[in-house]
Design a protein around this ligand. Structure first.
Ligand SMILES: [Cu+2]
Length: 66
């Protein structure tokens, strides 16, 4: 498993948190959002899902991975 912390712009409320967490789990990984820090801790199996796919899933929800 790999762990990475992404900085994500545009998250402002609980709705955003669940949208991002859902998007990441839909991509096949696990996410934990820290709203005040604007970070998303992602745990994923690099043999099953790429980090790019996870970033795309977040960006598809309208947030920016910086
Ligand atoms: Cu929101």
């Amino acid at each position: 498993m790999s762990n990475v912390v992404l900085k994500v712009e545009g998250m402002s409320c609980g709705h955003c948190v669940s949208a991002v967490e859902k998007a990441v789990s839909g991509a096949g990984a696990a996410a934990k959002v820290d709203l005040p820090a604007k970070t998303v801790a992602v745990e994923y199996d690099e043999n099953k899902v790429s980090l790019d796919a996870i970033k795309s899933a977040i960006e598809d929800q309208g947030y920016d991975v910086v």
